[in-house]
Ligand binder design. Structure first.
Ligand SMILES: NC(=O)c1ccc[n+]([C@@H]2O[C@H](COP(=O)([O-])OP(=O)(O)OC[C@H]3O[C@@H](n4cnc5c(N)ncnc54)[C@H](O)[C@@H]3O)[C@@H](O)[C@H]2O)c1
Length: 254
């Protein structure tokens, strides 16, 4: 299919599990893709793997200057921007709130909330300039429920749901739709980190426990999340604005 033919997309957290799969999917749908993440070498490797219609720039989403520069570079390279995927995120350090330092809490907020704010702030004018498009923010089921040990992460994901709803009302009338995708546990690096932090050396038992909380009996895959992001990025979702799209195998239904 060519649901993103002639569209330009910028993806943050592009070398991670969900980001890289989303980039692959967008390219298969005809888009040009601009990759942003923290490590130049990982970006280079992914870009080489993906082939044509790909460009990249190292950028830290928690830096407004970086995000402004990435959006500008994307527009210069591909002539515009239609889709912005605010996907970069960090799980932070697992700890009860009473043992969480100011610095650790703020770092998660800086990346997961301020990073989304800077991205939306600078991408939206470029998308408007290109005649409209879609912003997709990767939130989480942790945007709806609490999770012991993940206080900063849950706080940041609840917050971006509010940012999304506000952006949808401000930008929707001008032709920019804004939504979140809210994954449950996904089988990739981030869950490995959470499992290992929860039970050092016994992460598998944590995975079993989490999987048992999912009616489908398993974690979601990067591909399943990328499929939802692609739907929200494309005109198949032309009526969708200001809403959260949960991909969690039924976890929140319990
Ligand atoms: N993996 C899960 O189970 C899960 C569940 C729900 C939501 N999410 C969300 O999905 C998104 C993607 O994560 P993932 O699952 O692919 O995990 P991941 O760790 O594989 O990918 C996250 C990517 O974000 C990048 N990143 C982190 N901080 C950054 C910064 N300051 N600037 C730029 N890039 C930065 C990392 O380098 C990494 O490539 C995140 O927002 C995450 O919170 C993940």
């Amino acid at each position: 299919m060519n649901r993103l033919q002639d569209r330009v997309a910028l993806i943050t957290g592009a070398t991670g599990g969900i980001g890289a799969e989303t980039a692959r999917r967008f390219l298969a749908e005809g888009a040009a893709v601009f990759l942003v993440d923290l490590e130049e070498s990982a970006l280079q490797d992914l870009a080489s793997d993906l082939g044509d219609r790909v460009a990249f720039q190292r950028g830290d989403v928690s830096s407004e200057a970086d995000m402004q520069s990435c959006v500008q570079s994307c527009v210069e390279r591909f002539g515009g921007l239609h889709v912005y995927v605010a996907n970069a995120g960090t799980e932070g350090k697992l700890a009860p709130l009473v043992q969480t330092s100011d610095e650790d809490f703020r770092r998660v907020i800086d990346v997961n909330l301020m990073g989304v704010f800077y991205g939306v702030k600078h991408a939206a004018p470029a998308i408007l300039q290109a005649g409209g498009g879609s912003i997709v923010i990767t939130s989480s089921v942790a945007g709806f429920v609490g999770s012991p040990g993940l206080g900063p992460y849950c706080s940041s994901k609840h917050a971006v749901n509010g940012l999304m709803k506000t952006a949808a009302q401000e930008l929707g009338p001008q032709g920019v739709r804004v939504n979140t995708v809210n994954p449950g546990p996904v089988d990739n690096r981030m869950m490995r980190s959470i499992e290992d932090q929860a039970a050092p050396g016994a992460g598998d038992t944590v995975k079993e426990k989490f999987s048992a909380m999912v009616p489908l009996g398993r974690y979601s895959t990067n591909e399943e999340i990328a499929a939802m992001v692609t739907f929200l990025a494309s005109e198949d979702s032309s009526g969708c604005n200001g809403t959260s799209y949960v991909v969690d195998g039924g976890m929140l239904s319990v």
